[in-house]
Design a protein around this ligand. Structure first.
Ligand code: ATP
Ligand code: ZN
Length: 299
C-alpha cells in the first residue's frame, strides 16, 4: 500500500455523491473523475478517491482497505450492529459530522390505520433495509415484531400487501403520503459523516494529510453556515442591532464619511439570517443591509 497517498471512499452514484464531491472540490481538491473508473486521483493533494456503493464504505474502513470514507451514519450504524452480532471488531473514528445527507429512519403505517403508539405494531410484519436498527428500537421497547429485509423499494412492500408497516429513510415525507403511508415513529436521525480508520494503524505521513483535509472540511462547513452582514445604523441603535444578530462575532464599526450620527457595521454571523431579522433591522432604522455568503474561512 502506498505510504504517502490517502484513500478516501465516497458513494459512486446516489444521494451522497454530488455533495461528497462538491465538499472535496470546495476543499481545493482537483479531481479527475472518469465515469466507469473505480479510482480517481486528486491532482494537487496526495488523495485517491474510491468510488463505490455506499453500503461497502464502512467495511472498507473497518477492514483497513481505505483510510477515509464519507457515509450516512444510518449505513454506518447498521453495519456496526451487523458486525457486533457476528462478533467482528468495528474499529473506526467519526472525524466530522457533515452538513448534508440529512434524513431519518422512520416507521410508517397505512393512512387509515388507527395508530396511537408503538404497541399498535405488536407482531406486525415490517419491511426494512435496516433490520438491526429496527430491532434495536423494538427490543428497547420490549415489543415483538416480524421484520423482513428488502434492499430498496420498501414502500412497494406495503402497496403489494406484503407488510403491515415499513421502516425506511425519509427526508420530507412527501413520497410516503403519495404511497398511502403516514410516518409515526423516528427510529434514527442520520446525516453524512467523515470516518477514518483508527489512527494507531496509520503511517504518520497519512495522518498529516488527513489532518490537513479535516481542517479544510471544517473551514468549508463553517463558511457555509456563516454570513457576512453589512449595514448602516444610527450610533445610538448599535446595541439593539447587535442584540438582534445572535450568533455574531464582535462587529467592526466604521465611520461613514460626511455623516457622524451613523456608522457602518460589519459582522460575521454563524446563524442563518431570515427575512424576519432583516425586517426587524430595517424597523430599527438600519439601511443598506447586505447579507453575503462567505467562500472560505479559517479561524
Ligand atoms: P448505492 O447504490 O450506493 O447502494 P443506495 O440506493 O443504497 O445507493 P441512496 O438512495 O443513494 O443509497 O442513499 C444514500 C444515503 O443518502 C442514505 O443511506 C442516507 O444516508 C442518505 N439520504 C439522505 N436523504 C435521503 C432520503 N430522502 N432517502 C434516502 N436516503 C437519503
Ligand atoms: Zn446502498
Amino acid at each position: 500500500m502506498n505510504r504517502k497517498r490517502v484513500r478516501l471512499a465516497i458513494q459512486k452514484s446516489g444521494r451522497l455523491s454530488y455533495d461528497s464531491q462538491n465538499l472535496l472540490k470546495s476543499c481545493g481538491l482537483k479531481i479527475n473523475l472518469q465515469k466507469s473508473s473505480l479510482i480517481a486521483f486528486a491532482e494537487n493533494m496526495p488523495i485517491d478517491l474510491m468510488l463505490v456503493r455506499d453500503d461497502d464504505i464502512p467495511g472498507l474502513i473497518m477492514d483497513g482497505v481505505v483510510e477515509l470514507g464519507i457515509i450516512g451514519s444510518n449505513v454506518l450504524e447498521e453495519k456496526c450492529l451487523t458486525r457486533l452480532c457476528s462478533k467482528t471488531s468495528v474499529p473506526y473514528t467519526i472525524l466530522q459530522n457533515l452538513d448534508f445527507g440529512i434524513c431519518r429512519l422512520s416507521l410508517s403505517v397505512p393512512l387509515d390505520m388507527a395508530y396511537s403508539n408503538i404497541e399498535c405494531l405488536k407482531n406486525a410484519r415490517i419491511a426494512t433495509s435496516y433490520p438491526n436498527l429496527l430491532k434495536r428500537y423494538f427490543d428497547k421497547k420490549g415489543i415483538p415484531f416480524k421484520p423482513f429485509v428488502l434492499n430498496g423499494s420498501v414502500e412497494v412492500a406495503y402497496n403489494s400487501g406484503l407488510a403491515d408497516a415499513i421502516c425506511d429513510l425519509v427526508s420530507t415525507g412527501a413520497t410516503l403520503e403519495a404511497n398511502g403511508l403516514r410516518e409515526v415513529e423516528t427510529i434514527y436521525n442520520s446525516r453524512a459523516c467523515l470516518i477514518s480508520r483508527e489512527e494507531q494503524y496509520m503511517f504518520p505521513e497519512k495522518k498529516k494529510i488527513i489532518q490537513k483535509l479535516l481542517n479544510r472540511i471544517q473551514g468549508v462547513i463553517k463558511a457555509r453556515e456563516s454570513k457576512y452582514i453589512m449595514l448602516h445604523i444610527e450610533r445610538n441603535k448599535l446595541k439593539k442591532v447587535t442584540d438582534l444578530l445572535k450568533g455574531a462575532e464582535q462587529p467592526t464599526i466604521l465611520e461613514l464619511s460626511g455623516n457622524s450620527s451613523k456608522v457602518a457595521l460589519h459582522v460575521v454571523s454563524s446563524e442563518t439570517i431570515f427575512w424576519e431579522t432583516m425586517e426587524k433591522l430595517k424597523l430599527l432604522g438600519a439601511s443598506s443591509i447586505l447579507v453575503l455568503p462567505i467562500e472560505k474561512m479559517m479561524e
